[in-house]
Design a protein around this ligand. Structure first.
Ligand code: NAD
Length: 268
């Protein structure tokens, strides 16, 4: 191991990041690995590319990495993933509930099966991972649960009923989990990003470009101009740095917050 890796903030800890094969989850997994945490990856994608991804992160940061393909809409698969993490690394010290999907339609046109899928993946999965991770964290009297909510956990946007309901629910779960563990070394907080340019948002850029006859660049600018006063996307690296802060000793008394990193979106 590289001697620069000695005594990092999260050496000896294990982080499980759901939905970490792409976007924000991958950015947060990389930031935690950079601080020395072993990482359990999860998410969908091409099996070979995923293997390459977690092997490379392990080598780049000198940590152990593993992958579990649990579908976060399926409680039995979530339970299998948590058992896998316990068998492989002796438990989960840092749980990042990040997996999420989006669908845009008005309430009366919203497909009920999409509603169910969004609630299952964006909210209920966090209940399952949290209930399964907590006993081990409580036993060690140290743990960090970080829920990737959204600025849509704080405010609404037309067309996003299921997503906004799930993210508001996730902020609620965050507060209750934080309170129930407030007398312990286990903290729970939510991160509420504004627009981050990931595949989830690029799809909305593409839809807007098609709808309004814009090129990709103009559609991105229009998306930002509508909601995000900074006019700039938040990056996965910036969100990773916030997750590291929550895991640091300075985060010991940060409990139950919904911390937006949104270019000013929710300040309006
Ligand atoms: P993304 O599409 O790039 O990544 C989503 C990840 O979740 C992928 O790894 C995907 O494989 C995984 N995933 C999807 N369904 C899954 C399932 N059923 N089981 C397991 N894994 C599954 O999206 P992203 O933008 O990185 O979003 C990550 C999180 O951040 C989501 O919860 C999203 O709601 C939230 N968020 C994103 C933005 C944004 O602007 N991109 C803003 C606020 C909040």
């Amino acid at each position: 191991m590289n001697s620069n890796f000695a005594s990092r903030l999260l050496s000896g800890k294990t982080a499980l990041v759901t939905g970490s094969t792409s976007g924000i989850g991958l950015g947060i997994a990389r930031s935690l690995a950079e601080q020395g945490a072993n990482i359990v990856f999860n998410g969908f994608g091409d099996a070979q590319q995923i293997e390459k991804l977690y092997t490379e992160v392990g080598a780049e940061f000198g940590v152990q990495t593993a992958y579990h393909n649990a579908d976060m809409s399926k409680p039995a698969e979530i339970e299998a993933m948590m058992r896998f993490a316990a068998d492989k690394f002796g438990g989960v010290d840092i749980l990042v509930n990040n997996a999420g999907i989006q669908h845009v339609a008005t309430v009366e046109q919203f497909p009920p099966e999409k509603w169910d899928a969004i609630l299952a993946i964006n909210l209920t999965s966090a209940f399952h991972t949290t209930r399964l991770a907590l006993p081990g964290m409580q036993q060690k009297n140290w743990g960090r649960i970080i829920n990737l909510a959204s600025v849509h956990g704080l405010v609404g946007s037309a067309g996003k009923s299921a997503y906004v309901a799930a993210k508001h629910g996730l902020v609620g779960l965050t507060k209750v989990t934080a309170l129930e563990n407030a007398h312990t070394g286990v903290t729970c907080n939510a991160i509420c990003p504004g627009w981050v340019l990931t595949p989830l948002v690029q799809k909305q850029v593409d839809d807007r470009a098609a709808r309004e006859g814009l090129d990709n660049d103009a559609a991105r600018k229009a998306l930002l101009a509508e909601k995000q006063p900074s006019g700039e996307f938040v990056t996965p690296e910036e969100l990773g740095a916030l997750a590291v802060f929550f895991c640091s000793p300075a985060g010991n008394q940060v409990r139950g917050v919904a911390w937006n990193m949104d270019g000013g979106w929710a300040a309006q």
